[in-house]
Design a protein around this ligand. Structure first.
Ligand SMILES: C[S@@+](CC[C@H](N)C(=O)[O-])C[C@H]1O[C@@H](n2cnc3c(N)ncnc32)[C@H](O)[C@@H]1O
Length: 376
């Protein structure tokens, strides 16, 4: 019988129990509270880890920088804990998602716009024609009815002030409506057009034919999540989102701490996981500048470029901090690259914390740990 997570933590030397949570201690609804679940994103850290690091390492009201900000977990938690934040990311979709999560809203206007879009989508009837100019990716990955519904929703986006929020709803519905199997949602290889044996549900499942129910459900869910975050966040604090390469983009102002989790070589394609969003929204792709991308491989030259790239980003991040401020780097360094990254970045390791990662979802085997490198 597998050991319980509580028993496991009791046995593991060096694991910080206040930074490791079992499923019972931290159930999914807490990990995905309010805007953290606006859109799936593979490779984010749990909000409660950021919350704990903010409390330990950031002065009240301080400004936090995340140079690899991803889906914006650091920014959202900073606002919740009463800090300002700056987030940088190379992937345009991640920046869109972060802006939508963190900007302040006039909730009456947001509600009016989203309910209007909801009613328009509910009233739409597909005509049985794929519109001219439909991107090849959309033709290939969606059933004809879903193509029409998604493109109709896209036509609504520009008609309201809450356009970016509708873009995120559209992307989330597009993710769910792809012709894919239920067990391969993260990186499906080819469209699934026929019914298939589903390992996840242990029965025959049929690929999605329509996007309508997702568009309607996610429009309302997004409204509820933004409303719930508005009640939790500090109104006086702001988050700035910078789209660009953290190796050379300008960083606004002085910060008091870094909390970040860099990409790891060859693991996750951060542009690729949201391909449907780039295809539907026409976003600017900068895949060649994505550090650690599986597209670069994991050969010696790729690893050396990764180490140099991450070190360069951390060196710049440190230069943006008040002298002596901490940089908390969350990483599962199984290739043991970070001693060299820190050396090249000119960072001094003050403390190394270990945590157990509770990975309830995904088809992964074995226990998984990560380190928090606290440096100056
Ligand atoms: C591990 S993820 C961060 C996830 C984040 N902690 C969260 O909770 O959502 C690493 C991020 O680094 C971004 N990234 C990769 N290369 C970059 C670069 N050169 N400049 C800025 N961001 C980059 C990726 O797009 C990805 O979103």
């Amino acid at each position: 019988m597998a050991v319980t997570q509580e028993a496991l933590y009791g046995e593991l030397d060096g694991v910080d129990p206040s930074l490791s949570w079992s499923e019972a201690q931290l159930p999914e609804r807490e990990r995905t509270k309010h805007v953290h679940r606006l859109h799936p994103y593979l490779g984010k850290f749990v909000p409660q880890l950021v919350e704990a690091l903010l409390e330990r390492y950031v002065t009240p009201g301080g400004r936090v920088l995340d140079p690899f900000a991803g889906s914006g977990t650091t920014l959202v938690q900073a606002l919740e804990s009463g800090h300002d934040a700056v987030g940088v990311d190379i992937a345009a979709f991640n920046c869109l998602l972060m802006r939508v999560k963190t900007r302040p809203y006039n909730l009456d206007v947001l509600r009016r716009d989203l309910l209007w879009a909801h009613d328009e989508a509910a009233a739409f009837t597909p005509q049985g024609r794929t519109p001219a100019g439909t991107p090849a990716f959309v033709r290939e990955w969606y059933a004809p009815e879903a193509v029409e519904e998604l493109l109709h929703f896209r036509s609504l986006v520009e008609q309201v002030g809450s356009a970016d929020v509708l873009r995120v709803v559209l992307a989330r519905a597009a993710r769910s409506a792809r012709r894919t199997t239920h067990f391969d949602l993260d990186f499906p290889r080819s469209p699934q057009r026929e019914p298939y044996w589903c390992h996840k549900h242990k029965r025959t499942c049929t690929p999605v034919a329509s996007a309508r129910r997702f568009l309607l459900r996610y429009t309302l869910d997004t409204l509820a999540r933004i409303e719930s975050f508005a009640a939790a966040r500090s109104e006086q604090r702001i988050a700035e989102v910078v789209h660009g390469d953290a190796e050379d983009v300008g960083l606004p102002g002085v910060c008091d701490a870094v909390i970040t989790s860099p990409p790891y070589p060859g693991l996750i394609d951060y542009h690729g996981q949201h391909r449907y969003a780039y295809a539907l929204l026409g976003l600017d792709e900068r895949r060649d500048r994505e550090l650690g991308s599986p597209l670069h491989g994991t050969g010696r030259a790729a690893i050396a470029a990764y180490v140099e790239g991450v070190a360069g980003v951390l060196r710049r991040a440190r230069a943006a901090l008040r002298p002596g401020s901490p940089l908390c780097i969350v990483v599962n360094d199984r290739r043991e690259l970070y001693p060299e990254v820190l050396r090249q970045a000119g960072l001094h390791l003050e403390e190394r914390l270990e945590r157990h990662v509770n990975r309830r979802t995904g088809r992964r085997a074995g226990e998984y740990f990560e380190s928090i490198l606290v440096t100056t």
